[in-house]
Design a protein around this ligand. Sequence first.
Ligand SMILES: [Zn+2]
Length: 182
Amino acid sequence: MRFFLVISILFSQLFVMAADHKCEIQAKFVSFGHKTAENRNIDVIIIHSVYNASGGDIYDVDLIIKQFAKYKVSPHYLIDRQGVVYQMVNEKNIAFHAGKSVLPDGGTGINNRSIGIEIITSLEEAPTDKQIQSAAQLVMDIKNRYKIKYVLRHSDIAPNRKTDPWNLDWNGFLEKINGKIE
Ligand SMILES: [Zn+2]
């Protein structure tokens, strides 16, 4: 009897942890790096990575946001090393994250139709398991809400300019997001 009680408590704890993790999106809306839009058609998700290259902790969220401000760019979402998702721009608005880039179908103006997700990592280190889990959950959630044609890396759409997301097992990530939804 006691054994079953322990097991059921253990499972309920695990469930609560998983549920918490899934819902952990914190608002950090910014005033730069985006423009207001109405009724834009979202069909692309672009995955990036970023670190603070301006001195201090390379993984510090606020320093990274300061860096975005300096360059007047922003993703919609930023994921820290613990897997916490920060929302910086409302999905309905156009965030400046893709730059000059081209889709596999030849489409340009990618910011207009995409949601940008930045994962905090470095050239040397891979994203943490928690970050990958959060990114996959976020992408699956977005896919549930829009008819998404492409989930791509920044390096897929700007191969001559960009190398991010760094050290992310892309095939493993695609399996994670496709396995659960299709
Ligand atoms: Zn990028």
